[in-house]
Design a protein around this ligand. Structure first.
Ligand code: GSH
Length: 211
């Protein structure tokens, strides 16, 4: 199988950390987002969502979207479990991974993509062009502040985002905190639990190997 990758970007990094945690080695195919290779017809034919990462299985099946890719690897390589072990853990992983992505990573992306010079008409990931919006960038910055506050609350009295076990929800939250630096937003000083968690999770070898 092959993983279509652009390791400098936040979303592919989520899968790269996930794979490193599991000790899975996969052949990589570089797709240069700066050259717009994700929009080329050959890539679009495999992944109509025109985003990265994307996993191509040996039988030609193409799987995009990180949750789907992580699900596939968890099924073929269950240990260590990163999507939860019990029905309750699995549901909490889904819940907190989704919240981190929707309210965190996408909020940072809203600021970044609506302000970065190279993203004129590329304000939304995918095959369609959307113009930048200063209002959305401003709203995104408020959302990023709320993401930090909400995850500070979640990490108060809990070692990890989804509970007492490390999971994909930690990976998405960590990548979001690092992505926020791209828009000059850092974890606020008052978010002491989020900061302590960030230091702990950042020190993991799988994270260090995918900086
Ligand atoms: N919802 C997607 C997000 C993937 C995504 O947004 N990837 C970005 C890189 S961080 C991308 O492919 N960008 C292409 C572009 O900017 O046109 C997933 O879960 O896989």
């Amino acid at each position: 199988m092959k993983l279509y990758d652009y390791p400098q970007a936040p979303n592919p990094r989520r899968v790269n950390i996930f794979l490193a945690e599991k000790g899975i080695a996969v052949e990589r195919v570089p797709v240069d987002l700066m050259k717009g290779e994700q929009l080329r017809p050959e890539y679009r034919a495999k992944n109509p969502a025109c985003d990265i990462p994307m996993l191509e299985l040996d039988d030609g099946t193409c799987i995009s979207q990180i949750r789907a890719i992580c699900r596939y690897f968890e099924e073929i390589h269950p240990q260590p479990a990163l999507l939860g072990s019990t029905p309750t853990e699995k549901a909490l992983c889904e819940m907190w991974d989704h919240l981190a992505f929707m309210n965190g990573l996408l909020a940072v992306a809203e600021v970044f993509r609506n302000t970065a010079k190279g993203f004129a008409d590329r304000a939304v990931v995918g095959p369609h062009s959307y113009p930048q919006s200063a209002e959305l960038a401003e709203r995104g910055r408020a959302r990023v502040g709320n993401f930090f506050a909400d995850f500070e609350q979640q990490l108060t009295g809990r070692p990890y985002v989804a509970g007492d076990f490390y999971s994909v929800a930690d990976i998405t939250t960590l990548v979001t905190c690092d992505f926020a630096k791209w828009i000059k937003a850092d974890i606020p000083a008052e978010c002491v639990n989020l900061k302590a968690w960030y230091e702990r999770v950042s020190a993991r070898p799988a994270v260090q190997a995918n900086r």
